[in-house]
Design a protein around this ligand. Structure first.
Ligand code: SF4
Length: 73
């Protein structure tokens, strides 16, 4: 299982901090109150998926091996 490719849609992100609370090794809230993806050793995929699913505005998109994992179409 390869690591998810993670994208945050900054237009959708409202800076609530939920993703960073669930997956603190993966997401950071920047000075503009937008979630950004960290570099390096991120959380495992289930944790990242849980963070994406918990985002109130569905701002987090996940891809695995070029296939969209979340949100589902
Ligand atoms: Fe932004 Fe969603 Fe993370 Fe909240 S959970 S900070 S809206 S990406």
């Amino acid at each position: 299982m390869s690591k998810y490719k993670i994208k945050v849609d900054e237009d959708k992100c409202i800076g609530c901090g939920t993703c960073a609370a669930i997956a603190p090794k993966t997401f950071n809230i920047n000075a503009e109150m937008k979630a950004v993806v960290k570099k390096g050793d991120l959380d495992d995929n289930p944790t990242i998926l849980q963070a994406a699913q918990s985002c109130p505005t569905a701002a987090i998109e996940l891809e695995e091996d070029g296939k969209k994992v979340y949100p589902e179409d």
